[in-house]
Design a protein around this ligand. Structure first.
Ligand SMILES: C[S@@+](CC[C@H](N)C(=O)[O-])C[C@H]1O[C@@H](n2cnc3c(N)ncnc32)[C@H](O)[C@@H]1O
Ligand code: SF4
Ligand code: SF4
Length: 386
């Protein structure tokens, strides 16, 4: 399978023009790298340092804003599959941005569902948040993306675009395939320097696409973009009408060896300087996680990160989107009880390898780690991280 996916990709590569920027060790200009380092310093590191000087105050560094739960695709592993729910209103969205600004948070990550089911909404909100100095992160499956949108969102000031692509050609229940978005992906990668945003492939490693991970990683590297990997996880709590617990392509015992082999390869590539969001530590942790040998860990959800739901209410993380506990909202403020949350995490964290919360934990271990996180935004190998 891996060989056939790699050769399909090689086939499709030979039919298209080679990408514009090239030099695997330095795929981007210095101006672009410095701009990204400076933006990461202002939006990630400074707010984090400030939060450490006010330990009693709730000052998240990263907030996910669910603009829509609806989606144009139906990935079998996802809670969004088949949902039809009205999206967040612009009023709530702007109030959420204002509230985040008031608590010193400078990283606004859209989440869904698929944010591009309402492209005009996303462009307007991006302009609004950019005016306030936010680092804006847009995850998308890319299917609804076109060149006009890429130019508009680039001009609006998006900082990072996380393009979810699980395979080269797609599988039943795994519809995010590079072949469906090839020409718009190339345009997105080409426009990085012009608009100054970062681009990543976001790859969810499932039972079905293990053989595609290397090919997608090599393509990302070839185009001068980064990568971000998740292990496909069954939901921690019951979501309304989530039907695919049996059919979510979760990693089972049968796939452990193949996943191990891919992870070892990714670790080697990370060490060679391939730009990856995941720390080496997180890649290593995946091996224990798929063996169900993962111990409780210090997740900082509800402290340094949070989510804002469609109606403006808060929760610690995606995994707890459907939980009924009251954690506050944009209008009444937060109600995260840290002692209680830490207790709850003893139960949930051994079943969760949340990529974003794991990186937050890793890169806030000490100042050198935090500087490494900032350096990652240059897409180069700085301070021993790539
Ligand atoms: C829910 S999607 C929303 C944004 C966009 N539609 C997308 O696909 O990226 C965000 C990320 O969650 C990941 N995701 C969804 N369900 C997951 C699961 N069961 N386990 C691990 N990651 C999952 C997706 O692969 C995607 O990278
Ligand atoms: S993972 Fe993204 S693209 Fe797939 S169903 Fe969920 S929201 Fe849609
Ligand atoms: S470990 Fe953290 S991210 Fe995972 S479910 Fe628990 S609180 Fe949420």
């Amino acid at each position: 399978m891996e060989t056939s996916q790699t050769s399909k990709l090689a086939d499709s590569r030979s039919k298209r023009k080679p990408p514009a920027q090239r030099s695997q060790t330095d795929p981007h200009g210095k101006g672009y790298q410095l701009k990204n380092i400076s933006r990461a310093y202002k939006s990630w590191l400074l707010p984090y340092i400030k939060s450490r000087f006010r330990p009693g105050a709730f000052r998240p560094v990263l907030s996910f804003l669910f603009t829509d739960i609806n989606c144009n695709l139906s990935c079998h592993y996802c809670y969004s599959k088949g949902k039809k729910i009205p999206g967040m209103t612009m009023e709530v969205a702007k109030d959420a941005v204002d509230w985040l600004e008031s608590v010193g948070c400078k990283v606004l990550a859209y989440m869904g569902g698929e944010p591009l089911v309402r492209k005009d909404f996303i462009i307007e909100l991006t302009r609004y948040a950019k005016e306030k100095g936010f680092f804006i992160y847009l995850p998308t499956n890319g299917i609804l993306m076109d060149k006009a949108f890429i130019d508009e969102i680039g001009k609006a000031g998006v900082a990072a675009i996380n393009l979810a692509v699980d395979s080269v050609e797609g599988y039943d229940g795994i519809p995010k395939a590079l072949c469906r978005i090839q020409s718009n992906f190339e345009y997105l990668a080409q426009q990085q320097q012009k608009y100054g945003y970062l681009t990543f492939f976001n790859i969810n490693i499932t039972q079905k696409n293990i053989g595609d991970v290397k090919a997608l990683t090599e393509t990302a590297h070839e185009y001068g973009i980064g990568t971000d990997y998740h292990i496909n996880e069954p939901p921690i709590i019951d979501y309304d009408s989530f039907e695919d617990l049996q059919d979510g392509a979760w990693i089972t015992e049968k796939e452990v060896q193949a996943v191990d082999e891919v992870i070892d390869w990714l670790i080697k590539k990370n060490q060679q300087g391939y730009a990856m969001v995941n720390s080496l530590d997180h890649l290593q942790a995946m091996k224990r996680f798929i063996r169900h040998e993962w111990p409780p860990w210090s997740c900082r959800a509800g402290e340094l990160s949070m989510i804002i739901r469609l109606d403006g209410s808060f929760a610690p993380c995606f995994e707890l989107y459907g939980a009924e506990e009251n954690w506050g909202n944009v209008y009444d403020g937060p109600q995260f009880d840290l002692a209680k949350l830490r207790n709850q995490k003893k139960e949930c964290s051994p079943h969760c390898l949340s990529t974003c919360n794991y990186q937050i934990n890793h890169y806030t271990r000490g100042m050198l780690y935090s500087l490494q996180w900032v350096a990652k935004h240059a897409y180069g190998n700085f301070l021993g991280t790539s």
